[in-house]
Design a protein around this ligand. Structure first.
Ligand code: FES
Length: 94
């Protein structure tokens, strides 16, 4: 799993609607091929009511997936695997 700041593209891709604690999980074709559905399912099964987990379209980072974005921190994680899910929740708890 790799981490990048995502703030330069987020306002364009998300229409500037940042704020709530959310996890966006790319479900674009390339990320689905790399297993993003399993990431989405794992995140949805472990989330609390305070964190929204949502599928999203291509994030323009194809080839490095599965890709997810943590908001409001605007952190882009690439090559996420299901075993990373617990670490992600611990890292981004309030
Ligand atoms: S399909 Fe996920 S970044 Fe393009």
């Amino acid at each position: 799993m790799q981490l990048y700041n995502f703030n330069q593209m987020s306002s364009v891709l998300l229409g500037g609607s940042l704020g709530d604690r959310s996890i966006l999980v790319c479900q674009g074709r390339c990320c689905r091929k790399d297993g993003s559905k399993k990431i989405l399912t794992a995140l949805e099964s472990q989330t609390s009511g305070d964190i929204k987990v949502m599928p999203c379209g291509c994030l323009g980072q194809c080839g490095n997936g599965p890709n997810i974005i943590i908001l409001p921190e605007e952190k882009l994680y690439q090559r996420v695997s299901p075993k990373d899910v617990s670490v992600l929740f611990l890292t981004h708890q309030n």
